[in-house]
Design a protein around this ligand. Structure first.
Ligand code: ADP
Ligand code: MG
Length: 369
C-alpha cells in the first residue's frame, strides 16, 4: 500500500488525514480519529489476517498487508521495501513477473511507477524521485553487466484505451492491434513492436516516448490523468551458462545451458473513479465507463482467483482486454506485486476503502510459479 501526501488543493480545502499506518503492514482508515494513539496498539490484525476488521464506527477499518508506505516514504524505500528488487531477479531467472499500480485517479500510481517525470516535460526529475520502473531498469542492467552481458533485453509498450489495444512504440498515429489466443502462447497481441535495448538511456527514452503517446485528459481529480491502462513489458532472454548468446553457433552444447525467458511487466492502470466526482461528461464519460468496466472485470477475476483452489470456477479472463492480457500474471505461473495507491484525504474516503478491499482480495490470490 502506498499512501501519498495530501496535495496542496486538499490541504487548502481543509481535508483531514483519514489514513494512518499502524506499522507492521497494518493500515487504519478512520472517519473519526486514530485508534488509541496509533502506534503500539494491539489491534485485531496482529495475526496479519487479510480481512478488514470493521469497527462500530461506520467507516473505521483496519487492514493488513505485506507493507505499507506512508506519505513520507521515499521512492527508494518503496523500491527496496516492496520486493521489487527480488522481482527483477526472478524475471532474470526466467519467471513472468508483473507489477500493478492501481487506485483512484490522482492517488499516485504514475508517480510510484515513474516518478514525477510525466508531469514535467521540460526538466528531468531528480534521481531521488525516479520511480519503480527506472530503478528496476538500473537493477536489471547492473545484473546484466555483472553476468557478462549474457542477457538480451527488449521492450514492448501497449495501452488499452476504450477496449482497444494500441502500440505505444510504433510510429505514426496509434492504431488498434488484434488480441489473439493460441494454445502455446495464450493471449497475445499480434504485430506488437518489440525494441531491443542495451542501455539505461535507451529504455528510459522508450518509456518517455511511449508515455507521451498515452491518452491523458485533464479532469477535476488530476490535471494529467491517464485515460488508458498501460503495459510496459521487458523481455529478458538469458543463457544459464553465462556464455554470450550471440552468435548462437559459438555456444557449445546448447542443451547443457538452456536459455531462460523471463518477463517483467509494469502495469499502470487507469484510475478507478465515479463519473460524478471527476466531472466527466461526453467523451470523458465513455472513457470512464470503459475504464470502470475493465477494472470491474479485473476485480471479478481476482475475487474468483482468491477462492480456495478446489472451489474455483471458470475465471472470466475473456470479459475484457485487460484481463486477457493479464491472464498469465493473474492466474498462471507468474509472480505479481500489486501496489495499491491511496490518498490520505477525508474527501477520498470511500474510494480509499474500496481500493483497500480490492487489495485485500488480491492478496489472497496464490499462483504456482
Ligand atoms: P495517478 O497516476 O494515480 O492518477 P499521479 O501519480 O499522477 O496519480 O499523482 C497525482 C499527483 O500527486 C501528482 O501531481 C503527483 O506528483 C503527486 N504525488 C503522487 N504521489 C506522490 C508522492 N508519494 N509524493 C509526492 N507527490 C506525489
Ligand atoms: Mg496516472
Amino acid at each position: 500500500i502506498r499512501v501519498r501526501p495530501l496535495t496542496c488543493t486538499e490541504t487548502r480545502r481543509g481535508d483531514r488525514r483519514v489514513v494512518h499506518s499502524l506499522g507492521d503492514g497494518a493500515v487504519h482508515v478512520s472517519a473519526t480519529s486514530p485508534p488509541g494513539g496509533r502506534r503500539g496498539l494491539r489491534h485485531p490484525l496482529s495475526c496479519r489476517c487479510p480481512h478488514a476488521q470493521v469497527s462500530a464506527a461506520r467507516h473505521d477499518a483496519t487492514f493488513g498487508f505485506s507493507a505499507v508506505f506512508d506519505a513520507g516514504a521515499s521512492q527508494e524505500a518503496v523500491f527496496e521495501g516492496s520486493g521489487m528488487r527480488q522481482l527483477v531477479e526472478l524475471a532474470i531467472d526466467g519467471f513472468s513477473c508483473t507489477v500493478f499500480a492501481f487506485g483512484q485517479t490522482g492517488s499516485g500510481k504514475t508517480y510510484t511507477l515513474m516518478g514525477p517525470l510525466a508531469q514535467s516535460e521540460t526538466q528531468p526529475a531528480s534521481p531521488a524521485l525516479l520511480g519503480l520502473m527506472q530503478r528496476s531498469f538500473t537493477c536489471l542492467l547492473e545484473q546484466s553487466r555483472s553476468r557478462g552481458s549474457d542477457l538480451a533485453l527488449s521492450a514492448s509498450y501497449l495501452e488499452i484505451y476504450n477496449e482497444q489495444v494500441r502500440d505505444l512504440l510504433s510510429l505514426g498515429p496509434p492504431c488498434a492491434l488484434p488480441l489473439r489466443w493460441s494454445k502455446t502462447r495464450g493471449f497475445y497481441v499480434e504485430n506488437q513492436l518489440s525494441v531491443d535495448f542495451e542501455s539505461l538511456e535507451a529504455i528510459v527514452s522508450l518509456l518517455l516516448q511511449g508515455s507521451q503517446r498515452r491518452r491523458t485528459s485533464a479532469h477535476a481529480l488530476n490535471r494529467h490523468s491517464s485515460r488508458s491502462h498501460a503495459l510496459l513489458t521487458i523481455h529478458i532472454r538469458s543463457r544459464a551458462g553465462g556464455q554470450s548468446i550471440t552468435p548462437p553457433s559459438r555456444v557449445p552444447q546448447a542443451s547443457a545451458c538452456p536459455s531462460k525467458q523471463g518477463t517483467l511487466c509494469f502495469v499502470d492502470l487507469a484510475g478507478s473513479e465515479r463519473v460524478k466526482e471527476t466531472g466527466s461528461s461526453g467523451e470523458l464519460s465513455v472513457e470512464a465507463n470503459s475504464i470502470n468496466r475493465s477494472l470491474l472485470a479485473l476485480g471479478h477475476c481476482i475475487s474468483l482467483l482468491a477462492k480456495p483452489r478446489g472451489k474455483r470456477t471458470h475465471i472470466p479472463y475473456r470479459d475484457s482486454k485487460l484481463t486477457r492480457l493479464l491472464a498469465r500474471s493473474l492466474g498462471g505461473s507468474g509472480i505479481t506485486l500489486m501496489v495499491a495507491c491511496i490518498s490520505p484525504s477525508s474527501h477520498c474516503l470511500s474510494e480509499t476503502l474500496s481500493t483497500l478491499h480490492y487489495a485485500s482480495r488480491a492478496r489472497r490470490v496464490t499462483t504456482r510459479p
